[in-house]
Design a protein around this ligand. Structure first.
Ligand SMILES: *[C@@H]1O[C@H](CO)[C@@H](O)[C@H](O)[C@H]1NC(C)=O
Ligand SMILES: *[C@@H]1O[C@H](CO)[C@@H](O)[C@H](O)[C@H]1NC(C)=O
Ligand SMILES: *[C@@H]1O[C@H](CO)[C@@H](O)[C@H](O)[C@H]1NC(C)=O
Ligand SMILES: *[C@@H]1O[C@H](CO)[C@@H](O)[C@H](O)[C@H]1NC(C)=O
Ligand SMILES: *[C@@H]1O[C@H](CO)[C@@H](O)[C@H](O)[C@H]1NC(C)=O
Ligand SMILES: *[C@@H]1O[C@H](CO)[C@@H](O)[C@H](O)[C@H]1NC(C)=O
Ligand SMILES: *[C@@H]1O[C@H](CO)[C@@H](O)[C@H](O)[C@H]1NC(C)=O
Ligand SMILES: *[C@@H]1O[C@H](CO)[C@@H](O)[C@H](O)[C@H]1NC(C)=O
Length: 654
């Protein structure tokens, strides 16, 4: 080969390389208003997506769940970003461990899944306060989700931190994120503040650039789209299997005459509330409706594809106050524990008709193991353990303060005062303005006397001498996440009365129970104080502890499991310091809590700590907690607690 030809060849090769690259171009994702579709790298594209919330799944299981979603035939996932999960106190950010959203995005991309990002700031999602940080309420009259300057300042600061982190993960920058949602179902909120939505649009654009597809999601009705959709953001709708698909997409078309049809939340199941029946939606019903949606050529995201768990205190609530349980199973195609269900395969069958799905076996469900029953020993009461639980020490004030006044968001606060008068006969201790948010365990001189509960019980009768100590442990059962009620203050949010007198002179203990449990402080000494006898049905809020070892010689252990608390009433349970969530078998429908294997140890005894709020009925025999391989999420609910109306659509929650 002459030097000349070789040189020519090299020039050709270079030209080819340049030409080839420009043909392919940089990655792009856009809305095509002419052909009514999305375009990915210039090609017509339709997503079939599923929702997964990393905040409800331990990090070690993210890959397993994402792979299962990929194998079902999804090409995309959708996730919410709960702001309050990442910014616990103003300016204190956490993106590590289970909160490492960047790692989650990388995993999705490695597996071959695209991502629809829903950073809020408000997310709803059956998550405490719809993802808004409770510390926003330190301005008492703040109008959340509006142009309120204090709200906007906090949003700007948070998004100024978070959105730049996401920029490298946008599709056009080589990442998996194809679209980004602004706000969430804003048209269902009373404020209808277009300036707020315009502000968010500018904010998102300024951090993410002009190219990314920004969108909104609203209920599929003109009444929702009126305040929810805004110029510059692509409007999409959400609706479940019971809906009239034609009518639903007509609503979208009303505001977006051209562009892709999108159902951003197609409900595969539904949420639960304590005291209401477990929601189930049949696979056949979901599959049939999914098929109809896909046959129109629409894009769809299944909400949820896997629900997971509200570990700790993260569940939300609806209004009139009804808290959601720990499990967020949602009757989704992958169970709370990531198990394959009949619905998973029914959906996979439908997807198969529309796109080539990956070949090969689906990862199996994770096996479960029933560890031995744990005998629980009484450790100490909350009142006895106050010094360990409240290192900041008490705050004193004439009238009661709320959690936020006390710089606490979640969990429990102990309110203490004394009886101002002799109550020789039963005297009503009341919250006349229904200001116990949400449940309070009342004792007088160390004897449990009753429970106050938001909307349900505003009075307990007490007896005692003037000067007797009144302890009221108030539980935050989860902030309202939907509607007007999201400014959901916790604690004693109004005054209590005793007979005709106002109770004053409060000492309030902000409780760091999780820290104390994590450090094993409650196990150090067991209570030596003799307690006054309690009634048969109610005792003081008390910690219990017990441990179990994982049997030797079984190489595949530890495995996942479910824990149940048969004779217990209501409380919180930790294993090795990990807060599994709330249990309330007394009210149902959830009876078992998911225990992921990653919190268990084979090297040391596993420590179970329980805070029982009402009294375990195991006075004659020792109290135990039990492990089981089968979840129970649908136990019979006592009729008195059954909600009068059964909620099955967003409209019903208004
Ligand atoms: C951040 O979150 C991770 C995961 O939940 C947790 O392990 C860690 O302790 C948190 N860090 C701080 C400083 O709170
Ligand atoms: C569904 O909605 C379309 C358009 O509004 C209407 O023509 C049709 O009758 C509806 N179908 C049913 C079954 O209600
Ligand atoms: C609230 O508590 C956190 C954590 O202890 C602390 O960093 C913060 O400064 C406190 N805020 C106020 C207003 O006291
Ligand atoms: C309460 O009753 C005791 C006697 O049982 C009496 O000595 C005391 O003065 C009374 N206190 C008040 C505040 O009424
Ligand atoms: C309190 O006592 C009064 C009088 O004995 C009784 O009528 C009322 O039902 C009691 N209230 C509660 C909540 O127990
Ligand atoms: C309690 O009552 C006092 C006196 O009427 C009032 O000033 C105060 O705001 C009330 N506190 C709450 C939390 O309602
Ligand atoms: C359980 O607590 C004991 C005593 O504090 C400790 O030695 C052990 O390491 C703990 N187990 C685990 C798995 O953390
Ligand atoms: C609860 O769910 C299980 C498993 O799906 C089912 O066998 C059982 O019949 C259900 N029980 C009730 C009361 O619905």
């Amino acid at each position: 080969m002459s030097e000349k030809t070789s040189c020519l060849l090299r020039v050709c090769a270079l030209l080819l390389l340049l030409f080839g690259q420009s043909l392919q171009g940089p990655p792009s994702f856009s809305v095509d208003y002419k052909d009514d579709c999305f375009r990915k790298d210039g090609q017509r594209f339709r997503y079939i997506s599923g929702s997964i919330h990393y905040s409800r799944i331990p990090r070690v299981y993210w890959k397993d769940r994402l792979l299962k979603m990929y194998m079902a035939g999804l090409n995309t996932i959708q996730t919410y970003i709960p702001w309050n999960y990442h910014e616990k106190y103003p300016g204190q950010y956490n993106f590590s461990g289970d909160r490492d959203v960047e790692y989650f995005l990388k995993l999705a991309q490695d597996i071959g899944l695209l991502v629809i990002l829903r950073p809020g700031p408000y997310i709803c999602g059956e998550w405490d306060m719809g993802g808004l940080p409770a510390w926003l309420l330190s301005k008492k009259d703040i109008v959340l989700r509006s142009s309120d300057p204090d709200y906007i300042a906090a949003v700007d600061k948070w998004m100024g931190k978070f959105l730049p982190m996401m920029k490298p993960y946008l599709y056009q920058n080589g990442g998996p994120i194809i679209t980004v949602q602004v706000e969430n179902e804003y048209g269902s909120y009373f404020a209808c503040d277009y300036n707020y939505m315009r502000h968010l649009t500018k904010l998102f654009r300024s951090h993410l650039g002009d190219e990314v597809v920004l969108f909104t999601t609203d209920g599929a009705g003109l009444n929702f789209l009126k305040c929810g959709s805004i110029q510059g953001l692509y409007a999409t709708v959400d609706f479940g299997p019971g809906s009239n698909i034609t009518a639903a997409f007509e609503a979208q078309r009303h505001v977006e005459p051209h562009g892709p049809l999108v159902n951003s939340e197609f409900y595969t199941g539904w949420l639960d509330h304590w005291g209401s029946r477990h929601s189930v939606v049949s696979s056949a019903y979901v599959a049939k409706s999914l098929n109809q949606i896909l046959s129109t050529g629409a894009n769809v995201n299944m909400y949820m594809f896997i629900g997971g768990s509200n570990f700790g205190y993260w569940n939300g609530a609806n209004s009139p106050y009804a808290a959601q349980p720990t499990s967020y199973d949602y009757d989704a195609p992958l169970s709370e524990a990531g198990d394959l269900t009949e619905k998973y395969f029914a959906i996979q069958e439908v997807i198969k008709m529309y796109r080539k799905i990956p070949q090969g076996p689906v990862l199996p469900s994770t096996p479960k193991y029933a560890y031995s029953t744990v005998t629980m020993k009484k450790l100490q009461t909350v009142s006895d353990a106050l010094e360990k639980l409240s290192y900041s020490g008490p705050v004193k004030s004439i009238y009661p303060q709320t959690f936020i006044d006390l710089n606490q968001s979640l969990g429990f606060v102990l309110y203490r005062t004394t009886l101002p008068v002799n109550c020789s006969s039963a005297t009503p201790l009341s919250s006349p303005l229904n200001g116990v948010h949400d449940r309070a365990y009342v004792s007088v001189d160390g004897v449990a006397v009753g429970i106050l509960e938001r909307n349900k019980a505003i009075t307990v009768n007490v007896t005692g001498k003037a000067g007797s100590q009144v302890d009221i442990l108030v539980e935050n059962m989860g902030r309202i996440n939907y509607g007007r009620g999201i400014n959901d203050f916790k604690g004693l949010v109004s005054n209590l009365t005793l007979g005709k007198e106002l109770l004053v002179g409060w000492t309030m203990y902000s409780l760091s129970i999780d820290e104390a449990v994590g450090q094993g402080l409650l196990w150090e000494t067991t209570s030596t104080q003799t307690q006054p006898p309690q009634s048969a049905s109610l005792s003081l809020p008390t910690f219990y502890g017990g441990s179990f070892t994982i049997p030797d010689g079984i190489p595949y252990l530890p495995e996942d499991t479910y824990v149940k608390l048969p004779n217990w009433k209501k409380g919180q349970i930790w294993i090795n310091g990990f807060n599994l969530g709330r249990y309330w078998p007394d009210r149902g429908p959830q009876v078992t809590l998911f225990v992921p294997a990653n919190i268990l140890s084979t090297d040391a005894p596993n420590n179970v700590t329980v805070l029982e709020l009402e009294g375990a009925s195991c006075n004659s025999q020792p109290c135990t907690v039990e492990f089981t391989t089968t979840p129970i999420l649908n136990a019979t609910v006592q009729p008195e607690y059954e909600q009068h109306r059964r909620l099955s659509a967003k409209e019903d929650l208004l």
